[in-house]
Design a protein around this ligand. Sequence first.
Ligand SMILES: NC(=O)c1ccc[n+]([C@@H]2O[C@H](COP(=O)([O-])OP(=O)(O)OC[C@H]3O[C@@H](n4cnc5c(N)ncnc54)[C@H](OP(=O)(O)O)[C@@H]3O)[C@@H](O)[C@H]2O)c1
Length: 326
Amino acid sequence: MEIEQEIGEEREREMEKSKVLIVGGTGYLGKRLVKASLGQGHETYVLHRPEIGVDIDKVQMLLSFKEQGAHLVSGSFADYQSLVNAVKLVDVVISAISGVHIRSHQILLQLKLVDAIKEAGNVKRFLPSEFGTDPARMADALEPGRVTFDDKMVVRKAIQDAKIPFTFISANCFAGYFLGGLCQPGKILPSRDSVLLLGDGNAKAIYVDEDDIAMYTIKTIDDPRTLNKTVYIRPPKNILSQREVVEIWEKLIGHDLHKSSISKEDFLASIEGQEYAEQVGLIHYYHVCYEGCLANFEIGKDAGEASKLYPEIHYTSVEEYMKRYL
Ligand SMILES: NC(=O)c1ccc[n+]([C@@H]2O[C@H](COP(=O)([O-])OP(=O)(O)OC[C@H]3O[C@@H](n4cnc5c(N)ncnc54)[C@H](OP(=O)(O)O)[C@@H]3O)[C@@H](O)[C@H]2O)c1
């Protein structure tokens, strides 16, 4: 094939790729979405909120995005028209606004974004800030942890009522939170001495490298198979119990950890009296690590699974991920 023809076809492919706006782009997941969007050749816009003021880390990060080819768009949740204007620049909007109480929880702010997308009328796909347990499966979740799922469902309903095309990403456990702490709440570095097992430690959960979450997410945005669907990120090798995660770590460090365990009843009792934000997180651990809520169902025909949809992505295994802590 002639070189000119190859370049022409490459350009054509790039031109077909949607333009993307990332909201919450300086966040823990958001910065990875920006990188993945640029990496997959999308023209990428990142919302720059004036509220960040003199937060030097965020400003520097935004400037580094610009150096990598992203466009910075000024816009604020306090200025509705600025959101409409930002949304009008793109085909796809991805929100990674905060939703972890120990950091910040702003899920319902997205209702303004939904209104802006509806008014702008040009958006072909909206991916709201989800990236965790599928909230549609958590109608029986315990208080106060259920607030995360309830709020995400409120946003889903607004999107569907507004007839905005969507994809919902259920990313299961962020590896940094869950593998880093050997699935123990309140810990994000693996101990070399001991571990507390939640119950018998045998409930299966699913762990995903945050960069892989971003890669899969960007893959979905121009994919007709994922239109108006939930996509679960369920890499088959990473469906493991806490005990299996601990075994992998023990193999890496070359010795066994001392193990104790906490019963379901004692775990639930321990939540009382904690700060609200901690309680929310502990209830999430309860549903994941005692009830096995992430892996105890089959994915239906009306949804997709990312590693099957995109077999070309080499996802990070739990063992590969954990090597970083050695
Ligand atoms: N499955 C899991 O294990 C897991 C773990 C963590 C998070 N999550 C989910 O992933 C999503 C993203 O969470 P994250 O931890 O990446 O979020 P984060 O880093 O805590 O925050 C993301 C962004 O939210 C924006 N934000 C925060 N407060 C705001 C406010 N008052 N007004 C406007 N914007 C505000 C900021 O955007 P700017 O960049 O504009 O400043 C911030 O960078 C959430 O839905 C969360 O529930 C899942």
